[in-house]
Design a protein around this ligand. Structure first.
Ligand code: HH2
Length: 298
């Protein structure tokens, strides 16, 4: 069974473990690999966020810059222009936790000012040295993700001796760096960065070996949703990877993932609830107070 881990988010302590948390993704971008262009419109993005919250997402993750292999960087003003109006509307209309998927301190700071609770930094605080201080000042929790290389170069020739061991060592080092920057360990979560500088075999090894990461004592977030390795296995395009996503997500939960980052909230939430019942050998009917409490404020 997944170890329980407490995560401090905006000064509240959440118990993660008994119930899998679902993080719903909104990419307000023209070029994201699976939903690029779909939510580039503010109204559609906000409506989609509200729908995911109603479907039971614990966190809504808002991003304004694609990290797909070969994607082009976006400047600060454009990234803010994309995400802030949507964030503002979600903050006003729901009390769901909101994370901002960015590597830039100025974007993160603006998002925290609008009520974002979590920084989801795919560079694990490496790209912008000021971002740790922004998160610290805001009281935000931080997800530190592993990536080999940069989105521009990461899929050219990913290489590892022992991928699980190396990703674990990287995350251990980034946890220490975050702590040295003043972020308490109770505010930190980790993510192996499925698809970020990894071949299909590397992704499979990481998912199978995920339990090694729970050994770091922090909540583990995993993003398998619609990713290329599923397409490789099934020979299917991104819009036909739901079943593959559910299989990989449930397996990740069984191997120790506390948070699943997905595009298809309703489907993965249902699958994870069944997986949780097996893992805990107990039934907490969805939508009941008991189910809510199983993963909430301590
Ligand atoms: N994957 C993507 C983006 N952000 N953050 C975390 N913590 N973990 C992930 O696995 C992860 C992430 C890539 O997926 P997506 O946002 O759908 O695509 P794009 O980067 O093209 O917008």
């Amino acid at each position: 069974m997944r170890p329980t881990s407490v995560l401090n988010i905006s000064g509240r302590r959440y118990r993660l473990g008994p119930r899998t948390w679902i993080m719903g993704v909104i990419n307000i971008t023209p070029d994201s690999f699976s939903d690029g262009g779909l939510y580039f419109d503010e109204g559609r993005a906000a409506a989609h966020g509200l729908e995911m919250a109603a479907d039971g997402a614990d966190i809504i993750d808002i991003g304004g810059e694609s990290t797909r292999p070969g994607s082009m960087p976006v400047d600060v003003e454009e990234e803010k222009r994309r995400i802030l109006p949507v964030l503002r509307r979600l903050r006003h209309e729901t009390d769901v936790l909101i994370s901002v998927d960015t590597t830039k301190a100025a974007v993160a700071e603006a998002a925290f000012a609008e009520g974002a609770d979590i920084l989801n930094d795919t560079s694990a605080l490496r790209l912008d040295p000021a971002i740790a201080a922004s998160a610290k000042a805001a009281g935000a929790a931080v997800i530190l993700m592993h990536m080999q290389g940069t989105p521009q170069t990461m899929q050219l020739n990913p290489h590892y001796g022992d991928v699980v061991r190396e990703v674990k060592a990287f995350l251990e080092e980034r946890l220490a760096a975050a702590e040295a920057a003043g972020l308490g360990r109770d505010r930190l979560a980790i993510d192996p960065g499925i698809g970020f500088g990894k071949t299909t075999e590397h992704n499979l090894a990481l998912l199978d070996g995920l339990e090694a990461l729970t050994g770091l004592g922090r909540p583990v977030c995993v993003g398998v949703s619609r990713k290329a390795f599923i397409g490789k296995i099934l020979d299917l395009p991104a819009d036909e990877r739901l079943e593959g996503t559910i299989a990989a997500a449930v397996l990740a939960a069984a191997r120790g993932a506390h948070i699943l980052r997905v595009h298809d909230v309703r489907a993965v939430k249902r699958a994870a609830a069944v997986a949780d019942a097996v893992l805990t050998r107990s039934v907490r009917p969805e939508g009941t107070e008991e189910a809510e409490k199983a993963g909430h404020v301590v």
